[in-house]
Design a protein around this ligand. Sequence first.
Ligand code: CP
Length: 315
Amino acid sequence: MNYTTIQNIDSLSKWVKQALKIKKKPLKNKKLGKDKTLGMLFFNSSLRTRLSTQKAALNLGMNVMVMNFTNEGWTLEFEDGAIMNSGASEHIKEAAEVVSQYCDIIAVRAFAGLIDKEKDNAETVLSGFIKHATVPIINMESATAHPLQALADAITMAEYKTKHKPKVVLSWAPHPKALPQAVANSFLEMMQLQDADFILTHPEGYELNPDITKGVTVEYDQNKAFENADFIYAKNWSSYKDYGQVTNSDTSWTITAEKMKRTNNAKFMHCLPVRRNVIVTDEVLDSENSIVIEQANNRTFAAQLVLQKILKTKL
Ligand code: CP
């Protein structure tokens, strides 16, 4: 079993219930991972994903090995048949097979390059590990998806929702740097697996991959979208149309207390890290309606559920 996409979830409601059970007794399955090793490979920076996934593995009694390819690993080649006479020192074929001998599960973080849309959509790094590793693979945020984050988001919403069908708004917000679409993509996919009045709001030109937004209500007026919302999920992403470009830095999209007043006393969510007073004001982030810290806490139980399911497949 791999966990590389939201599509790997067979029943979101079941998974959320199971994760909440783990949250109540996180050390209940301390023996399940005994003598099993999780290898965590990072091609990009992380705080939450690295520590929560490691914590989850430790809760299950696993050993954990972490490697940062940004400054420690050989530069990898991913193209079949490449003549490796320039930058890359090692091919993914050998690297993935070798790591599979040391680890029972491999978790990979490799963001979008945001230069070549086709290459990012092909998920070069993640797909390379899926193809050439001989053990299960977990996606710790790839070019187009962040399914561990989306699962944690679903757990958090289940804890805080006060009605069966809440109004949930995913709102673009400004950011000085070009960011990937992965978090937004997986959140959208996850929202389509549950009963909610879901609205996506962003400036024109920030439309996400149409394959993912098919059937989703898009409202270009952020103020209108916020009306009576129960959850506001803020996130920046760079343009998908003008691929990887920052074409808009309109601060009128920043989430403010004034905008939150339009909502139904909505909870504020963000995957973190967040740029204060750019994406969201201090006032909102420090308010009692902000649940970003609890959201980050749930990353552990999302990861633990995934690891537990994989370990139970009797590696
Ligand atoms: N939300 C999230 O993935 O955080 P990190 O980038 O710090 O892991």
